[in-house]
Design a protein around this ligand. Structure first.
Ligand code: NAD
Length: 439
């Protein structure tokens, strides 16, 4: 049996007739968008049908019922999920989402996304995702703790530092990861720090994790600007979203010489032709319950207007599906670096490509977070703590190498960097699968 997946030349990609064309739907969710790109990249790679089927099917899906005693003494049963999409490259990695909308289909898609993200930055992990359908904002800390412990208990055979390593996602954070680590460790009768990442720093979390995703956005943006011959000291930028990813990306890009003309959050967007002072905006946000509402250092515009400003660099770092076929024709940026997951619909891809706008795609641009999570796991296993300087240096190198690799494939095959990123990821997982062999 042949054991290599070879890139099929670009001109031959349409000969791969066994795969139906990806459906284009009018209102797509980010997961449909992701599957459509997976499909295109698989076609260009000339992936055999059976390998295509292996890679798109999750390896394991677990659904559990979690009875939890609420503060009023009643027992409520929550539904929890963990989907392991792939362990071909290594133990699976992916966050746990506490949100009322959580369902098995969403978790399945998010798990596949993690497989591609880890593969594109070449870290030795497969992909997974977990979730519990619940509304954490309406629950007390005690109720959330009992739910997290019940979930961990139910998943005690699934999780493990060599098997499946969870992390925070929407609705969970370091506090919940601490409970998970404690519950898992009690079961094992010993402290197992490396079972989960995103822990508080004092109990084995990594320095540099908070800023890691924004930092990866900065590193890949500068690498792309170098290729496009955009001088950062003369470049302008707009950043949508001023939470963890957006505010760190804005700070670090400003530090590297860019003028940040606009920032935004859910309250609206803020524009200043002379550049926004990001430290000033951060101070304002932190003094106003995390919101930019009422910020005086800039004129107020809409989030939609921010996306179409005449800037060199646009960083969508808020939410999914904000760049669509409706506003893509109006985008004026030369470069888009996707801090958020799924900010661009697949229908917008073609319009942006035709306009000659370069896009550093989400699975590459925001992979700095999972990279430093990997470093947290490495440090826990070594029983050693790295300095922030070492974490940053190593994650910068991983992000830059991943960018260079994706850029090379995109040039070689004359495809967008998004399709190139999927090609790199799928090729790596498919090759490893073939070397390992199956039943
Ligand atoms: P966050 O909650 O810290 O910040 C989100 C920001 O977006 C806030 O400023 C919020 O006000 C703003 N926002 C929300 N809805 C908006 C809207 N409709 N219009 C404009 N702004 C809006 O979240 P985050 O951790 O910064 O994550 C942002 C994105 O990056 C998400 O897509 C997330 O999945 C992705 N991401 C995050 C990480 C990470 O390490 N935090 C890693 C990879 C990807």
């Amino acid at each position: 049996m042949a054991i290599s997946v070879t890139f099929v030349p670009f001109k031959n990609r349409l000969t791969m007739a066994y795969i139906e064309p990806a459906p284009i739907v009018d209102k797509e969710n980010p997961f449909e968008a992701m599957m459509s790109r997976f499909h295109t990249a698989a076609q260009i790679l000339g992936l055999e049908e059976q390998v295509y089927n292996v890679l798109k099917s999750p390896a394991k899906q677990v659904t559990v019922s979690l009875p939890v005693t609420m503060d009023d003494g009643t027992i409520k049963v929550f539904e929890g999920y963990r989907v392991i999409h792939s362990t071909i490259l290594g133990p699976s990695k992916g966050g746990i989402r506490f949100d009322p909308e959580v369902n098995i289909d969403e978790v399945k898609a998010l798990a596949a996304w993690m497989t591609w993200k880890c593969a594109v930055v070449d870290i030795p992990y497969g992909g997974a995702k977990g979730g519990v359908a619940c509304q954490p904002r309406e629950m007390s800390a005690g109720e959330i703790e009992r739910l997290m412990r019940a979930y961990t208990q139910a998943m005690s055979d699934v999780f493990g530092p060599d098997q499946d390593i969870p992390a925070p996602d929407m609705g969970t954070g370091p506090r919940e990861m601490a409970w998970l680590m404690d519950q898992y460790s009690r079961n094992k009768g010993m402290t197992v720090s490396a079972v989960v990442t995103g822990k508080p720093i004092v109990m084995g979390g990594s320095l540099g994790r908070t800023e890691a995703t924004g930092r990866g956005v900065m590193v890949t943006a500068l690498a792309a600007m170098e290729k496009l011959k955009i001088n950062p000291f003369k470049a302008t930028c707009a950043v949508q979203g001023f939470g963890n990813v957006g505010s760190w990306a804005a700070q670090l890009l400003e530090d590297r010489g860019l003028k940040i003309l606009s920032i935004s959050d859910v309250s609206g967007a803020y524009f200043n032709d002379h550049g926004i002072d990001i430290q000033d905006a951060l101070k304002y946000r932190d003094a106003h319950k995390g919101s930019l509402e009422g910020y005086k250092g800039a004129e107020k515009i809409t989030n939609e207007e921010l996306l179409t400003l005449p800037v060199d660099l646009l960083v969508p770092a808020a939410k999914e599906d904000v760049i669509t076929h409706l506003n893509a024709p109006k985008i004026q940026a030369k470069l888009i670096v996707e801090g958020a997951n799924g900010p661009t619909s697949s229908k917008a891809d073609g319009i942006i490509y035709e306009k000659g706008i370069s896009v550093v795609p989400d699975i590459l641009a925001n992979a700095g977070g999972v990279t430093v999570s990997y470093f947290e796991w490495v440090q826990n296993r070594l029983g050693y703590k790295w300095t922030a300087e070492r974490v940053n240096r190593r994650s910068d190198r991983i992000m830059k190498d991943a960018f260079d690799n994706v850029y090379r494939v995109s040039n070689e095959y004359k495809v967008s960097m998004r399709i190139a990123a999927y090609m790199v990821a799928i090729d790596k997982v498919a090759k490893t699968y073939k070397f390992r062999g199956g039943f």
